[in-house]
Design a protein around this ligand. Structure first.
Ligand code: A3P
Ligand code: MG
Ligand code: MG
Length: 367
């Protein structure tokens, strides 16, 4: 029997806004150029404005692409948390531990009818939530296969490459002062590699629920503050088709929901969008402040979404999840396309499936 959490129309989540904590980074990790895990900030990138007029398709044949068919579970996040606990000598206080992408899906529910599946398990006072990888992989493959595509237009693989190419064109591997003019001027020649990542691990909150999230951050504006816990000038990089008419503005405003949620969750204050034409030429770059993005979209009045509704929905859902997932076993969290509820049901009666690593459990037992 599935438990059901109802999804009401957005106005029902109006009224008083929910108290939210400011996300604070307490740990981080990197994947290097071979996607090898490192407990440090070695893959951090610095933002530096890209040259306009560059073709984002350049270098596609050399693209070093991460194989996303492998299920990485929560492993890297758990390693980073265990290392933090080793330093402090106590377990983190989060009620929910997950990747940023999972909470992005939850927060978007009131305005997005997409399907998703996740796995969850309760262990020592926390609920650990992972993506149901096989489901998401099949979903991505179907999306690519079903995309109509412009006649003679770019392939979906190419359009996805444009996003990573823009990151390479807009970042430096070291701060500006330590980077050669030569590197800055020849960024178009760099091989694009999406195996490399910097991930921030933050403590944040929704109402009474404390949440630990891990997620990729694209770049930093200047430097990390000297005092831990101070806001960090992160930058989220996005590419988008140029906006030439009302219809294209509407499409952008609708996509901005995900831009906003994604950035909000890790406390990324600035979103930098590279606009490109139909041929993939970078034509302009525009900065958006994450905090004011929802108001900008509301002012135009085209795409109807409200950040406060997303926050309220997530707050209620997480409260409900905590009331229902309280002992061992593996639970499926599922939303079917357009469904008016999120279903939660047990798929394994005992244990924690593959969500939590043995290494992490061994470590927690010692605490
Ligand atoms: P754009 O967002 O500019 O299109 P992120 O913006 O989250 O940092 O992701 C970086 C890039 O990864 C995206 O750039 C896009 O190119 C690619 N990407 C992310 N999710 C994807 C998906 N589901 N399918 C295809 N490409 C994706
Ligand atoms: Mg990214
Ligand atoms: Mg990005």
């Amino acid at each position: 029997m599935a438990l059901k959490f109802p999804i009401y129309p957005p106005p029902q989540y109006g009224g008083q806004t929910q108290p939210v904590k400011r996300p604070k980074e307490f740990a981080c990790f990197s994947y290097d150029k071979d996607h090898k895990f490192r407990l440090d900030d070695s893959s951090l990138k610095w933002y530096y404005p890209p040259d306009l007029g560059v073709n984002l398709s350049n270098g596609f044949d050399q693209f070093i692409r991460h194989d996303d068919s492998i299920d990485e579970h929560l492993d890297s996040l758990l390693k980073t948390i265990a290392s933090h606990e080793q330093k402090t000598g106590e377990p983190i206080d989060a009620h929910i531990v997950t990747w940023r992408g999972m909470l992005t899906k939850i927060m978007a529910v009131p305005f997005d009818d997409s399907e998703f599946e996740m796995n969850a398990t309760f262990y020592r006072d926390s609920i650990f939530v992972e993506e149901h990888h096989a489901f998401s992989l099949a979903q991505r493959q179907q999306e690519v296969a079903g995309r109509p595509g412009r006649r003679n237009g770019p392939l979906p693989e190419m359009m996805s490459y444009w996003g990573y190419k823009f990151e390479t064109l807009s970042t430096l591997p070291r701060p500006w002062g330590e980077t050669s003019r030569d590197y800055i001027e020849n960024r178009d020649q760099e091989v694009v590699n999406n195996k490399e990542q910097y991930c921030s691990v933050v403590r944040t909150g929704f109402g009474n629920t404390i949440v630990c999230l891990g997620g990729e951050v694209d770049a930093i504006w200047d430097a990390k503050p000297a005092t831990p816990g101070e806001p960090i000038k992160w930058v989220e990089l996005k590419t988008s088709a140029e906006i030439r008419n009302q219809n294209e503005q509407f499409r952008f405003d609708r996509r901005a929901l995900k831009y906003w949620i994604q950035s909000f969750l890790l406390g990324v204050p600035k979103i930098i969008v590279g606009f490109r034409n139909q041929d993939g030429i970078l034509t302009s770059v525009q900065e958006f402040q994450t905090m004011s993005l929802p108001y900008e979209v509301q002012r135009r009045g085209m795409a109807k979404w409200d950040g406060n509704v997303c926050i309220k929905f997530a707050t209620l859902f997480l409260d409900w999840l905590r009331l229902n997932i309280k002992d061992e076993g593996v639970w499926r969290i599922r939303r079917r396309k357009g469904a008016k509820d999120i279903e939660v049901f047990r798929v394994e009666e005992v244990g924690h499936g593959r969500i939590i690593t043995d290494e992490f459990m061994d470590w927690r037992i010692k605490l």
